[in-house]
Design a protein around this ligand. Structure first.
Ligand code: 6MZ
Length: 355
């Protein structure tokens, strides 16, 4: 039951489960709430786009070739800082509305459509997907055209299945961040399926105090606000966790390196946490599952949702991330089916549409 694109810790966990445990995971209604579009494109889709493109410079074409080869071999990151260097190659292939629609369609298909395996029908990876993406301005499109291309595909699915979160990148200027949020707000006001705004990108970039007005706009418009927070330990820069918490986030991504007071604040305010197990292990922000911060939140019955982050470099799937919960230690967390079912319900309850 392992797709060839799945490898590493999640594949080992999935491989250790019985058929009945895998069926149990597949039949659970699950929400995928933390999925970056450009980090979730099937490799075959990128290879197809690369073969079709004839307008790239020799240099760009070489960069794409070596980027795709790295992704094919499986990325080896020595730290999270290495991770962001994977994206320029992907971005040169998703730089116009047609390509963007094509990749969005394929990502939605991976998560939301049933598949056949022999004579068996495998249920969709998830019941509901909040896809997120950072609107990029390129010579071929404006940021508005970017979001509209993605939305056109998202809205081809029913509203209770798929929605879009507009990401703001920490490396952006304040003006660009405000432009992204304004676009999200305006499209939402026009009745388009934008449900929230995300803050992502290199965790050490930018001064997040400058982004507070943008986050206020998000609240005013009634959109959800999810922030990547404390994804790394801040050995070089002071943490900005307090600034980000002052923005009153609706959900949080990762929340790995929090002190006791910050954890208590999150628990008191019942702010759901998007947990990406394989991502944390491969980016080496967490050493092993036993020491993963999910354990502290589970002990307190705090709402968490299990998510994939970027299935392209991390070679995982939502089913495989759930396998990491159910598999016996040390391959997984060794949780019971009742506990796993409860976590899936937390995820469904943390959708921006149901908060
Ligand atoms: C922070 C991440 C991320 O938006 O172009 N991104 N930001 N931490 C992570 N954890 C590993 N994974 C992905 O998707 C790709 C972008 O999402 C952000 C990065 O900014 C990356 O460039 P979109 O669709």
């Amino acid at each position: 039951h392992i797709a060839p694109s799945i490898a590493g810790p999640a594949a080992n966990a999935l491989n250790s489960l019985t058929e009945s445990q895998v069926s149990f995971i597949r039949s659970l209604p699950k929400a995928e709430l933390h999925c970056h579009l450009n980090g979730s494109i099937p490799l075959a889709t990128l290879q197809r786009l690369a073969a079709e493109r004839d307008d790239l410079t020799d240099e760009a074409s070489e960069a794409v070739k070596s980027g795709l080869e790295t992704l094919k071999q499986g990325v080896q990151l020595s730290a999270i800082g290495d991770f962001f260097g994977l994206f320029p190659a992907v971005y040169s292939l998703t730089s116009n509305p047609a390509a963007l629609r094509e990749v969005t369609r394929d990502v939605l298909h991976v998560f939301l459509d049933p598949k056949s395996e022999g004579d068996q029908i495998i249920p969709p990876e998830c019941a509901y997907l909040e896809l997120r993406s950072t609107p990029r301005k390129t010579p071929h499109m404006t940021r508005k055209q970017y979001i509209e291309a993605v939305l056109a595909e998202v809205e081809a699915y029913p509203a209770d299945k798929a929605a879009l979160i507009v990401s703001v990148d920490r490396r952006m200027s304040v003006e660009d961040a405000l432009e992204c949020v304004s676009l999200a707000v305006n499209l939402r006001n026009e009745g388009r399926r934008v449900v929230g705004v995300d803050l992502c990108g290199d965790p050490k970039a930018g001064d997040m105090k400058d982004f507070i007005p943008a986050f206020e706009m998000v609240h005013k418009a009634g959109l959800g606000l999810t922030l990547h927070i404390a994804e790394v330990s801040y050995s070089e820069l002071p943490p900005d966790t307090d600034v980000l918490l002052s923005a009153r986030p609706t959900r949080l991504g990762h929340a790995t390196f929090l002190n006791d007071a910050e954890q208590m604040y999150i628990c008191d305010n019942k702010i759901p946490i998007e947990i990406c197990l394989t991502s944390n292990l491969l980016c080496k922000t967490v050493t092993d599952l036993e020491s993963h911060h999910i354990n502290a939140y589970l002990q307190q019955d705090h709402p968490v949702s299990i998510c994939t982050d970027d299935i392209l470099p991390f070679r995982t799937s939502l089913t495989a991330e759930y396998a990491l919960l159910l598999a016996k230690q040390p391959l997984g967390l060794g949780l019971t089916e009742e506990q796993v079912e409860k976590i899936a319900k937390f995820g469904m309850a943390s959708r921006f549409t149901s908060l």
